[in-house]
Design a protein around this ligand. Structure first.
Ligand code: ADP
Length: 168
């Protein structure tokens, strides 16, 4: 099984085999964590992303890490939250599962995720944290995963959900 820990940091500074990017379906680079990753990885990332020709919501595609400390970047577009009845939970789970599959295929042992969809895409934090942490913990591969939270509220919710899950 994969192990997971919750940390508070800027994901662009984490030295792991793979970091995951909360991308958009065009893979064109946007704001939030996507913008931070593009700035830190340098202009080659934009060129590599454009060659991938986009990515459907819930799927995941890989580029090199370029100037990041991470070896590769796994780009996964999360679902935009509407009201929860548009397969948002299923699609968010798919983001985590497909990203972890790409990590295994690319011989990664350490992976760092941001909180996918809970920024501009508006997914409510607590249910998103439950999906993130349960999906990672249930993934059957020898991966060490960090959930990297930037802001205080996100970090607090992920820590609470992690404590609830590990107390069971
Ligand atoms: P989405 O469009 O999937 O909602 P956002 O980038 O808007 O993605 O937000 C997702 C999460 O990433 C939010 O919790 C936001 O605070 C966080 N975030 C933004 N920048 C960084 C960063 N440099 N490192 C880690 N997390 C970040």
């Amino acid at each position: 099984m994969a192990t997971v820990q919750v940390v508070q940091a800027d994901i662009t500074t984490i030295r792991v085999d793979a970091i995951v990017n909360a991308a958009n379906t065009g893979l064109v680079g946007g704001g939030g964590v996507d913008g931070a990753i593009h700035r830190a990885a340098g202009p080659q990332l934009d060129i590599a992303c454009r060659r991938l020709g986009g990515c459907p919501t819930g799927e995941a595609k890989v580029t090199p890490g370029f100037e990041l400390p991470a070896r590769i970047i796994i780009h996964t577009p999360g679902p935009i939250w509407r009201d929860g009845s548009f397969e948002e939970p299923k699609l968010l789970r798919a983001c985590y599962v497909n990203s972890l599959k790409r990590a295994v295929e690319n011989h990664c042992q350490t992976v760092a995720f941001p909180s996918i969809s809970t920024g501009v895409y508006g997914y409510p934090l607590k249910p998103a944290a439950e999906i993130a942490l349960t999906t990672i913990r249930a993934f059957d591969a020898p991966l060490d995963v960090q959930m990297v939270c930037l802001d205080d509220p996100t970090y607090a919710v992920y820590r609470d959900v992690f404590a609830e899950l590990t107390a069971k």
